[in-house]
Design a protein around this ligand. Structure first.
Ligand SMILES: [Zn+2]
Length: 118
């Protein structure tokens, strides 16, 4: 019996069944940065502490793009990125699984007709 960490090579329903609990998915990264504000005489900026902000970085058509993330969306976006990494892991395993399975089948069939290859 297959477990959830093995690729659902022959039964995508196994993977599809897990998708709702991993939704939404996002690809990119989240970073906390410190930015100055526009208020005059701001103590936080004058002291160099500035203000914490979250940036979401992603690649779009080969170009890097950054978006500010509203504070109340940070936790949900972080979870979406984790979900996206989970999906990428499933795809990575499926690719490796396809190659390994092909190798196993090739080894089996090449043993059968002994000496038939020229
Ligand atoms: Zn400030």
């Amino acid at each position: 019996m297959r477990t959830s960490h093995q690729p659902a090579l022959h039964d995508p329903a196994l993977l599809l069944a897990e998708i709702p609990s991993h939704w939404p998915m996002a690809k990119g990264s989240l970073a906390e940065v410190r930015k100055p504000c526009i208020r005059p005489n701001c103590r936080a900026c004058a002291s160099g502490r500035k203000h914490p902000a979250f940036l979401f970085s992603l690649t779009e058509k080969g170009r890097r793009r950054c978006l500010y993330v509203p504070r109340d969306l940070v936790a949900a976006l972080r979870q979406a990125i984790a979900n996206g990494r989970w999906m990428e892991e499933q795809m990575r395993r499926t690719g490796v699984g396809l190659i390994e399975e092909h190798r196993r089948n090739r080894t089996k069939s090449s043993r059968a007709p002994e000496g038939s290859a020229s």
